[in-house]
Design a protein around this ligand. Structure first.
Ligand code: FES
Length: 131
């Protein structure tokens, strides 16, 4: 875990889509351990499978982790951590949408809506997601 995979990036423009609104928020649920914090250094991203879902994690700081559904808001392909011109991104292999790792907002490609966000916390030595 914690390793970005290489995916196709065709069709990306790098421009923010003005139609994007604030990320939608998952209503929350049971706190579920997702990943040891040592496996998600500050500034890194990871893809994890929890309870049949694939989630994308981004560690903003020592105490702040963002978690998003990996289901692309365009047509449902699985989005994964990647690099876009030297910066981290969440990229969709199907039609090239990219999503900001801190907000889930799409840029480039056909996706218009942000990834669904889940509440994530750092508790003891674990990243915990309410799913
Ligand atoms: S399904 Fe992700 S860009 Fe089309």
């Amino acid at each position: 875990m914690g390793v970005a995979t290489t995916v196709g990036l065709t069709g990306c423009t790098g421009d923010l889509q003005t139609e994007a609104s604030a990320p939608s928020q998952h209503p929350g649920g049971s706190p579920t351990p997702a990943l040891p914090v040592r496996d998600l250094p500050v500034g890194s991203q990871a893809s994890v499978a929890i309870d049949g879902r694939t989630l994308l994690l981004h560690r903003e700081s020592e105490d702040t982790v963002r978690a998003f559904s990996a289901e692309c808001t365009h047509q449902g392909c699985t989005v994964a951590p990647d690099q876009d011109r030297g910066r981290p991104t969440f990229a969709c292999p199907c039609h090239g949408s990219h999503f900001d790792v801190a907000t889930g907002v799409p840029y480039g490609g056909p996706a218009q809506k942000p990834l669904t966000e889940f509440t994530a916390t750092v508790e003891d030595d674990m990243v915990v997601v309410r799913i």
